[in-house]
Design a protein around this ligand. Structure first.
Ligand code: KMH
Ligand code: ZN
Length: 307
């Protein structure tokens, strides 16, 4: 285990919809306020998506993103990781545009194409708060999240040009191989930062064996790397705890899991961060500050962003 853990809070994402939780932040102000509270609770990194103010639809509007990240930066020095996964239906060019514009310290970089399926959740709700939700989730029955080698090559170029560290999102074992290929092809330099994402329908399910396998396989393919783990759904806390035991970092937040424990919704991202910190401290691991996280992840520094 490491002495310090980088805890990321993924504040709102593009998967959950307003009907699923009254606590999901949706306006730019709510998203920024939640990010600052997550920082105050001990998160070193916040992972940010934008949503439309009027109805919470996940959108890739760069002005909304700017409003959120400038508000956060004016209040604290937390590391901001901007999504380039974006929202369903965005083009790859649209998804990467915040990196070009705002040159963040850290950006998500999805390391391959997958079926990204949310449609089974349609059976869980009868009434929807907004019209768009049903259609948005339903269309994923026929959706491929595209991250081809051609687009990943372009992403590598853009991330490198702007000094933004990629956080490679790995949903399945073949994507480990994709990252190894990008390193060997000279598209991206080591050391890399990997986020293992478990629990998306279309990718690997969370289990101790699957995480062990991914970490071990990545060590064989890539050598040394820094990693974090995030999990969609109820295995979030157990799997994040396993990540600590394996010398990794972890991500919590309402993007991935709306609950604090069985049957109890999380009222904020900060609640989940506080729980993860309680678990970490019991194991003798302290949460890294944002500046410690910058060292651990090899980031360029907050003075070099463009927002
Ligand atoms: N929503 C997660 C399953 C991204 O933003 O680029 C993965 C994610 C992707 O966070
Ligand atoms: Zn995300």
């Amino acid at each position: 285990m490491n002495e310090k853990v980088v805890i990321t809070a993924a504040i709102t994402g593009a998967i959950h919809t307003p009907t699923m939780s009254p606590y999901l932040p949706v306006t730019p102000k709510q998203i920024a306020d939640e990010a600052v509270r997550a920082y105050e609770a001990g998160a070193a990194v916040v992972h940010i998506h934008g949503r439309r103010e009027s109805d919470g639809l996940a959108v890739g509007d760069v002005n909304i993103m700017k409003e959120i990240i400038t508000s956060i930066k004016s209040r604290c020095n937390v590391v901001i990781c901007i999504t380039t996964g974006g929202a369903l239906g965005m083009t790859v060019e649209q998804r990467v545009s915040p990196v070009t514009l705002y040159k963040p310290e850290l950006g998500s970089f999805n390391a391959g194409s997958i079926n990204f399926a949310l449609f089974p959740v349609l059976n869980k709700f009868k009434e929807w708060k907004y019209e768009w939700e049903k259609q948005y989730l339903g269309m994923t029955e026929d959706f491929i999240f595209p991250n081809t080698f051609k687009s990943m090559k372009e992403y590598c170029r853009i991330f490198t040009e702007h000094g933004t560290k990629p956080e490679f999102e790995i949903y399945d074992s073949g994507m480990v191989n994709n990252v190894a290929f990008m390193i060997n092809a000279g598209w991206i330099k080591k050391p890399v930062y990997i986020q293992f994402v478990l629990g998306v329908l279309g990718g690997l399910t969370p289990s101790p064996e699957n995480l062990m396998f991914l970490v071990d396989y990545a060590r064989r393919q890539i050598g040394d790397f820094v990693f974090s783990v995030c999990v969609a759904g109820r295995a979030q806390f157990p799997t994040c705890t396993q990540a600590l035991l394996l010398g990794g970092n972890c991500r919590v937040g309402l993007e991935d899991n709306l609950y604090l424990e069985k049957g109890k919704m999380a009222k904020s991202n900060a609640e989940q961060v506080a729980k993860m910190i309680r678990i970490s401290k019991e194991l003798g691991v302290e949460p890294a500050t944002p500046d410690e996280a910058r060292k651990i992840l090899g980031l360029k520094g907050i003075d070099k962003v463009n927002y």
